[in-house]
Design a protein around this ligand. Structure first.
Ligand SMILES: *Cc1c(COP(=O)(O)O)cnc(C)c1O
Length: 525
């Protein structure tokens, strides 16, 4: 098969099979049933084609002062039906939360309620601009303020920065507040403690902020080793970054003791709030001694993520860190109404700002709609059902697979590859075979504390029926692996439009510029 520079097969029929013998002979067209093979938009269009008829502008005087293009841009040209078909076909190749269960652990892929979408599309929210005069966007300011209030109450924290645009960005915000507080105290603490099971963004954030990371060991039962932690505390420790429930899905039951010890040593406690789905409405992190925590509105509050929308990572701060919260924030205006406090002046100790404007407005409207439509009792049920569903999956798979820790999980459950030992199948093959069975794979090889980790988070929006289907598929795959049916796994995914891609090469050497392929005749030689 000949590949072009983008790594796509050139020429038509061979592309259809990609070595897929399980599906029988190749089709003549390269398409498979009603699923059509789709080229890049550059490949199906041409710069010589246009989808609109514009009149020749005739002679005119340019205002570009000599900066006019001298050559065509080389943009591809297509008609409207071509464009519509291209993107519709691509969308049909995508697996999303609207297609089926999405068991990615840590990521909390839950249903995005359509009510939230409807609210976000109201013209008063969707058609405004961050530079509009404040008096014309009072409703939007009220939404930001009301959401901020809900998030502070749910966590029992003193202040919040609404502007961070993702979980990792919220971590950065929290660690910058910690750094500002330390500077204010005139202290130069440099160490941040991070458990070995932590999400990669935690150590990355600490290092990005100029701290040095020291790794905390876990105990046999998958939790932070409190004695080892206490041994590491000292005058150089700026903070600890901890997730609760941790990334093994287990509740850190010693969290109050950990908070007290860190505070006594003069450090701050950052909590990674990505797993707040297990606690919302049940536990207030402020009561546990936490100084800073980001929300992932795109996880806990069901706003779309991945291809479906941007993230949003509002970050709550304790009394100790509140004075250093970044601008902007919403406050009451002198003459009535609301205004944005947007400058670092007037004696405030804000450390600066995280973004040009105010954060992800479209996510704020969705998140507030989510919180309000659930209410206090509904949010509590969210956490309870998320934990119940994870335990249902754990119980369903305990016979077929090996669970890393015997303790009852919270909202996600961790398996490792011991059940695959001696079968010739590895975690990667197992996860890819799940694609053939109609499911997006679980999180693989994370957290690092488990060998060949498989982290599964069903979320509360899955029905018992869909959980049963998932457990059935996983059980059958485990049985097949143990029965020596390695071909199911070695070649998986057998039925996907594209097979195993070289993801490492794609990440390390991305091809970002389109190069037209050699003419077909040449490529075929
Ligand atoms: C998702 C996640 C993050 C990072 O959040 P983003 O919004 O993807 O930046 C951090 N920690 C944990 C535990 C997570 O699951």
């Amino acid at each position: 098969m000949t590949m072009n520079r983008q790594g796509r097969p050139t020429g038509v029929p061979e592309a259809a099979t990609g070595g897929d013998t399980a599906a029988g002979p190749a089709t003549f067209t390269g398409h498979k049933a009603l699923e059509r093979d789709e080229g890049l938009i550059f490949e199906i269009g041409s710069p010589a084609v246009t989808g609109v008829d514009l009149e020749d502008p005739g002679d005119f005087e340019t205002a570009l002062g000599g900066f006019e293009r001298t050559e065509p841009m080389g943009l591809t040209g297509l008609s409207e039906p071509h464009v519509v078909r291209h993107y519709t076909r691509l969308s049909q190749k995508n697996y999303g939360i609207d297609t089926g269960l999405f068991p990615l652990g840590s990521c909390t892929m839950k249903h995005n309620p359509r009510l939230n979408e409807k609210i976000a599309r109201l013209p008063g929210f969707a058609d405004i601009h961050p530079m509009q005069p404040e008096r014309t966007v009072q409703g939007a300011l009220e939404v930001i303020d009301t959401l901020a209030d809900w998030l502070c109450k749910l966590t029992n924290m003193a202040a919040i920065a609404m502007s961070p645009k993702a979980g990792a960005h919220g971590e950065l915000c929290g660690m910058m507040a910690i750094r500002a507080a330390l500077e204010h105290r005139g202290e130069q603490r440099r160490t941040v403690l991070v458990p070995e099971s932590a999400h990669g963004t935690n150590p990355a954030t600490a290092v990005f902020c100029g701290f040095q990371v020291k790794t905390l060991a876990s105990t046999e039962d998958g939790r932070v080793d409190v004695a080892a932690l206490k041994a590491q505390l000292g005058p150089d420790v700026a903070a600890i970054m901890l997730t609760n429930p941790n990334t093994c899905g287990l509740f850190e039951k010693d969290i109050q003791e950990i908070a007290a010890a860190v505070h006594e040593a003069g450090g701050y406690f950052y909590c990674d709030g990505a797993n707040f789905n297990a606690l919302i409405g049940k536990v207030r992190p402020g009561d546990l001694g936490i100084d800073a925590m980001h929300f992932n509105l795109h996880k806990t509050c069901s706003t779309p993520h991945g291809g479906g929308g941007p993230g949003s990572g509002p970050t709550v701060l304790s009394e100790a860190l509140a004075p250093f919260a970044p601008v902007p924030w919403v406050e009451k205006a002198v003459g009535g109404g609301l205004r944005l406090k947007a400058t670092v002046r007037d004696g405030n100790t804000a450390f600066g700002r995280m973004t040009a404007f105010h954060g992800q407005m479209g996510m704020f409207t969705r998140a507030l709609a989510y919180l309000m439509s659930h209410g206090r009792d509904g949010l509590r049920l969210v956490a309870e059902d998320a934990v119940l569903n994870a335990n249902y999956v754990a119980a369903g798979l305990d016979k077929a697979m090996t669970r890393t820790y015997k303790a009852r999980p919270m909202h996600e459950v961790l398996f490792d590859d011991r059940f695959l030992k001696g079968t010739g199948v590895d975690t990667l093959g197992f996860a890819k075979a799940l694609i053939d069975e109609g499911f997006h794979p679980m999180t693989m090889y994370f957290p690092l504390v488990a060998s060949g980790a498989m982290l599964i988070e069903p979320t509360e929006t899955e029905s018992r029926r869909s959980l049963d289907e998932f457990v059935f598929a996983m059980t059958k795959l485990a049985e097949a692996a143990k029965a020596g049916e390695t071909e199911r796994f070695d070649q998986a995914p057998r039925f996907a439009p594209l097979k195993r891609l070289d993801e490492t090469a794609a990440a390390r050497k991305p091809v970002l510029r389109y190069e037209p392929p050699a003419p077909y005749a040449q490529a075929a030689e």
